[in-house]
Design a binder for this molecule. Structure first.
Ligand code: HEM
Length: 479
């Protein structure tokens, strides 16, 4: 995952919606363009202060409109804006919504946190509608370099001194071989994904049931993260990390490392006078987690031999390969699941018994008659879908069958993967390499859930990364 949208940045996206930031390609490059949820046609920026934008379709004959908004007094205004973004009522969403209202436009200029001293340039053009957003995927127009987490790039000391794949623009020579390496890892794990998912999530739900029986409730996130890392080791690397030196420490080591990467974008819920100097003004010193990172590195070094060999045949050194594998597994994949699965449970749990009954019967029938195949549509579920009311009815609501039947036509507007759901990642674009893997495992998660249970209840609490979900009941399948 990577970071994206108005609201976030998971490890790709904090709530799977991280700010996606791109620079417009030279010669017209002046400003990073940040897009959040949905967005627009080519921006013809001509100077830092005036950037006309083509409205409607991208025909050059259409009138150009000035982009509203301003950046204010340097240094002072970015600090004030950062304060508003993190601590004002309504938080990040309101930061953008209030500007949409003020400028009566879904495209405007604004400062994007963290700003000083972490990000050299906080000035961005924000794109917030379904029409403008795809501009950001057109690599002939935008440069996607060193902007993975927003307007700043975490220190390369956190990735062994390397600019890993997520920081590279497709025009850079290492982008293609490194992306091919991720495709290789995914491809070579294809026969392990289904059995290892089933085995691991069976263990998880057995443990959760036991805890629920003993304590009356079961906190999902911690056990879910243990299961996620165990599954990824087993599926990607044929190696259960819990049976190596790393033991059960994996999720904790990764979460701390991610905090060092994404701290400038996070709210941990501490008082502002602690969070501001600690997280948003200066970088946390990478030296503090060097030892933790080394433990993860050692695990990947000892468990990734076939992938390392492939890397070497692609001209990538062993060391660079390991840092990249670590990043893809820990940040891209684990970071994504850490937020995605609790959110999936949250939306399904809140939807209530009638959806549970419908899903359990659909899923059990599908398993009985056909098995569950890769690419099969059980239902369309995108909790982080774009929310443009011109495209989506009831955009703020979770509508479980939104993307089923005729709704499949809407999939082109689902852009969580840094590209439309109807397109594919390639070495020439910056679309998420794990796009189909993520959809597959999310379906498998729902399948596992409703294969075992008729229904369930949850309690939900807020968390800096997604949602904290506690199971308060699991009703075992009666059939
Ligand atoms: C919930 C899970 C995930 C989410 C939300 C997510 C989201 C994203 C997004 C938004 C980007 C583009 C970032 C940017 O440049 O702005 C991205 C890139 C990337 N993702 Fe994911 N991702 C997820 C899981 C995965 C998985 C499972 C893998 C790998 C197997 C993966 C590998 C990558 C890679 C390698 C890139 C960089 C692609 C490139 O530079 O061309 N991601 N992801």
């Amino acid at each position: 995952m990577a970071s994206s949208s108005l609201s976030f940045s998971s490890l790709h996206h904090l709530n799977l919606e991280t700010p996606k930031t791109f620079r417009r390609r030279r010669p017209t490059t002046v400003l990073p363009i940040i897009a959040s949820k949905d967005s627009l046609p080519p921006l013809s920026a001509t100077s830092a202060d005036i950037a006309p934008i083509v409205t409607g379709n991208s025909s050059p004959n259409l009138p150009l409109r000035m982009i509203p908004g301003s950046y204010g007094i340097p240094f002072i205004q970015p600090l004030k804006d950062r304060f508003e973004y993190f601590y004002a009522a309504g938080g990040r969403d309101e930061y953008f919504k209030s500007r949409v209202n003020k400028y009566q436009s879904t495209v405007f200029r604004a400062n994007m946190p963290p700003g000083p001293f972490i990000a050299g340039n906080p000035r961005v053009v924000v794109l917030l509608d379904a029409k403008s957003f795809p501009t950001l995927f057109d690599v002939s127009k935008v440069e996607k370099k060193d902007l993975f987490t927003g307007t700043f790039m975490p220190s390369t000391e956190l990735t062994g001194g390397h600019r890993v794949l997520s920081y590279l623009d497709p025009s850079e020579p290492k982008h293609a071989p490194l992306k091919n390496l991720v495709f290789f890892m995914l491809k070579s794990s294809r026969n392990r994904i289904l059995p290892e998912f089933e085995a691991t999530y069976d263990e998880l739900f057995n443990d959760l049931e036991l805890e629920l029986a003993q304590k009356g409730k079961a906190f999902f996130n911690d056990a879910g993260e243990q299961a996620a890392f165990r599954f990824l080791g087993r599926a990607y690397l044929s190696s259960n990390p819990e049976e190596t030196m790393i033991g059960k420490d994996g999720p904790k080591l990764i979460s701390t490392w991610v905090l060092f990467n994404l701290g400038p974008l996070l709210r941990l819920g501490l008082p502002w006078f602690v969070e501001e100097p600690l997280l948003h003004t200066f970088r946390l010193p990478p030296a503090l987690i060097k030892k933790n990172y080394q433990k993860l590195y050692d695990y990947f070094e000892s468990s990734s031999s076939p992938i390392i060999e492939e890397a070497q045949s692609l001209g990538i050194s062993k060391e660079e390969a390991i840092h990249n594998i670590l990043f893809t597994v820990c940040f891209n994949t684990f970071g994504g699941i850490k937020i995605l699965f609790p959110n999936t449970l949250k939306w399904l749990g809140r939807a209530g018994t009638s959806l549970h009954t419908q899903l359990s019967s659909e899923i059990r029938n599908a398993i009985k008659t056909h098995g569950v195949k890769e690419g099969e549509m059980l239902f369309g579920y995108q909790p982080f879908a774009t929310k443009d009311p011109k495209v989506f009815d009831r955009p703020e609501e979770f509508v479980p069958d939104r993307f089923v039947g005729d709704g499949e036509n809407l999939l082109k507007y689902v852009m969580w993967s840094n590209g439309p759901e109807t397109e594919a990642p390639t070495t020439a674009n910056k679309q998420c390499a794990g796009k189909d893997f993520v959809v597959l495992i999310t379906r498998l998660f729902v399948v596992e859930l409703f294969r075992r249970y008729d229904s369930f209840d949850i309690e939900v609490a807020a968390s800096p990364l997604g949602a904290k979900v506690t199971l308060t009941s699991l009703k075992r399948a009666r059939v």
